[in-house]
Design a protein around this ligand. Structure first.
Ligand code: CP
Length: 305
């Protein structure tokens, strides 16, 4: 059964269609009868999470599995057990899949080396967050009327991703899926929050106005306040002044531009209340779509297509 480690390896078209089947099914019957399988799926979270963890938990329940949530603080990880030994232990106990969120880039790849059960990357350091990118893509796919996913259906669309690109796994995974669907992607950050080597297939700028000009989609990223302590930003006020997504800046985008954010949002830092709660915002739609996408991805990883 496949591990889900990077956005590049996802069978995107199949998963978009499968997620949409779940959307329709759950709209017809929000609490469908589920035959319990008496089997566990482990959710191994070494970092905090609300959206991803809740969506995977809900997906486990809807597929008949019991979600076994393990956090670093309340498990043998706190006693010094390595990731690979934890994964070996869960395999020995017969879990059917292991969802991993980890602060270190590449941790799910190491886990996959010792796991018979599929490993699903729920975000690893500044590397990737494949299911977030897939739910973002699904949200745009629905927004644009479910075009043929086997075409470059985002062709002619400009997507501006604004925030801490250097440390963003969301930006990296989104870049893969958005460019594959044909989008023109602009990555925008202060100079200190851009990667040392430009990411491939993207336009890069430090000028938010240039990124937002004529954009079809503006995606804001969470600004981690520890970047201030690391000396990567002069002040939050300077960041707000130059990069915050506010109604004035958004006027530069196309009139029908939509606004996205993977969450958690910091109101008044990377985005204003007026934009986060405004008519153009797809933020809560993204959250809802996260459940359908995790259902589709879990079914695929478990071979339950
Ligand atoms: N987008 C995202 O990964 O959110 P959580 O950290 O709440 O899971």
């Amino acid at each position: 059964m496949p591990h889900i480690l990077t956005a590049a390896a996802l069978p995107v078209s199949d998963l978009l269609r499968r997620a949409d089947t779940w959307r329709v099914r759950l709209a017809e019957r929000p609490a469908p009868p589920v035959a319990p399988k008496a089997a566990l799926i482990a959710l191994l979270f070494y970092e905090p999470s609300t959206r991803t963890r809740a969506a995977f938990e809900q997906a486990c329940v809807l597929l008949g599995y019991h979600p076994l949530v393990i956090t670093a603080e309340a498990s043998s990880i706190a006693k010094g057990e390595s990731l690979q030994d934890t994964v070996r232990t869960l395999n020995a106990q017969g879990v059917r899949a292991i969802v991993i969120r980890h602060p270190q880039a590449g941790a799910p790849i190491h886990a996959a080396q010792v796991s018979d059960a599929p490993i699903l990357n729920a975000g690893d350091g500044a590397h990737e967050h494949p299911t977030q990118a897939l739910l973002d893509l699904y949200t745009l796919w629905r927004h644009y009327g479910c075009p043929d996913p086997d075409t470059r259906w985002l062709g002619g669309r400009k997507v501006a991703i604004i925030g801490d690109i250097r440390h963003s796994r969301v930006a990296r995974s989104n870049l893969i899926l958005l460019t594959r669907a044909g989008a023109e992607v602009w990555l925008c950050a202060p100079p200190t929050l851009l990667p040392d080597t430009p990411l491939p297939d993207a336009h890069t700028t430090t000028n938010a106005e240039q990124a937002i000009q004529n954009a079809d989609v503006v995606m804001a990223l969470r600004l981690q306040t520890e970047r201030m302590q690391q000396g990567l930003l002069p002040s939050l006020d300077a960041y707000r002044r130059d990069y915050q997504i506010d109604p004035e800046r958004l006027k530069l985008a196309k009139p029908e531009c939509v606004v996205m954010h993977p969450g958690p949002i910091q109101r008044g830092v990377e985005i204003t209340d007026a934009v986060a709660d405004g008519a153009a915002s797809l933020i809560l739609t993204q959250v809802r779509h996260g459940v359908y996408v995790r259902l589709a991805v879990l079914e695929y990883a478990l071979g339950e297509a």
